[in-house]
Design a protein around this ligand. Structure first.
Ligand code: HEC
Length: 162
């Protein structure tokens, strides 16, 4: 009887010990799975970045094509309009000067080109720096007289600065 008990105890102890080992294995497996998942996430992020880069390049090409089309049609590209109409006196591309930078304007308008055009037509309120609108207001007399193609080109140029 005593021997039998000892044997039983040995079996139970052995059983517990191997169970413990099993837990370790399970933990190891979990870590390995996590590592693999993390790798997969990283790979996905890299793909995403590559995609974004490709999109950026495609956008730039589109802008360039739009500018070329405009020039071919006898219209002026947005940057030229921006220079020739004196906008550049108060707006730099990336730094604030008298007026907000084009980068700041693009950040406020996001992808809403139509809204930016409405502002230049004098149909929408200032959203970038409304307190300084009085300084900008006289310039709307210039943009109000522009045709839709020129306003579109101007908006494209402003929004190309990010
Ligand atoms: C005398 C300086 C001056 C000139 C010249 C000028 N701007 Fe501005 N502009 C400003 C100031 C100041 C603001 C900030 C006030 C505001 O947000 O309307 C501004 C704001 C803007 C905004 C942002 C509008 C918004 O939603 O707030 C746009 C777009 C803009 N200007 C376009 C132009 C264009 C296009 C020209 C040329 C036709 C031009 N500006 C010429 C001073 C100027």
């Amino acid at each position: 009887m005593k021997n039998y008990l000892i044997a039983l105890l040995a079996v139970v102890t052995f059983g517990l010990a191997s169970c413990g080992g099993g837990d370790d294995k399970a933990a190891d497996n979990q870590e390995a799975t996590q590592a693999v998942e993390q790798k997969a996430d990283e790979a996905q992020q890299q793909t995403q970045e590559a995609d974004n880069q490709a999109n950026d390049n495609a956008n730039q090409e589109e802008n360039q094509e739009a500018a070329n089309d405009q020039a071919a049609a006898g219209g002026k590209d947005g940057k030229t309009l921006f220079m020739e109409n004196g906008c550049v006196a108060c707006h730099k591309e990336t730094e604030k000067s008298v007026g907000p930078s084009l980068k700041e304007i693009t950040a406020k308008y996001g992808e809403d080109k139509a809204k930016l055009i409405e502002f230049m037509k004098g149909n929408a309120e200032a959203i970038v720096d409304p307190a300084q609108f009085a300084t900008m207001k006289p310039n709307l007399e210039i943009t109000k007289k522009m045709n839709d193609a020129d306003l579109g080109a101007l908006a494209d140029y402003i929004m190309s600065i990010k």
